[in-house]
Design a protein around this ligand. Sequence first.
Ligand code: PGA
Length: 248
Amino acid sequence: MALRKYVVGNWKMNGLSSDLAEIQAIADGAKPYPTVDVALCLPAILIDRAARMVTGIPIGAQDVHFADNGAHTGCTSASMLRDAGASLTIVGHSERRDGQHESDDEVRQKAESALAAGLKVILCVGESLEIREAGNAIETVQAQLDASTPRVEDASSLAIAYEPIWAIGTGKVASPSDIGEMHSALRERLVAAYGEAGNGVRILYGGSVNAGNAAEILAVADVDGALVGGASLTAEKFVPIVAAAASS
Ligand code: PGA
């Protein structure tokens, strides 16, 4: 089943108020490609201003706490993100799983809390180089997905991002056949979790996606979009990826 392509920028810890014009330039650049869903996940502190000032593109967060409020210093809840104008959030990015020691169970709770608050969710999974070289990538990432998949009735606001850790920010990209193999393995697990609706959950690829490799990656079966880090920071680099999604 061909799903609408979804191209999401992850700005990570980049972006000041002086970048709002660039965010608007990205939104303007994406406008001629209405068949593609485009969104930008910004640093939490920029969300409110971007949601107020930028038109034409949904603004998202990069993480969310699973609790709705309380004694969690430095954290942001799903209702706070909604209140600031976010309509989606990433959860379980490997930079948080590693850097902040987030477990699959915590990622699952984050996804459930975000969905309950009405945010769309992009849930990230992916293997380390060590695991890939040991030949255990598929089982490891399937198990990661099984354990972090939100236990919800309605999966229509969920997307998955397969991001091999060794491909993030390195310029190395998984081969189309490895990407295809992983995405179909993940599709299997989504159908096991959600039944027929699992076929409607978009699976994005992430890891060094850029204007030069996007068309090839997006042509792979079961690749329903891209989660883009470095190449999402400017319209010049990001819009060609949206264009590639539109013609894939
Ligand atoms: P990259 O990051 O495109 O810079 O590799 C992707 C991501 O981490 O989401």
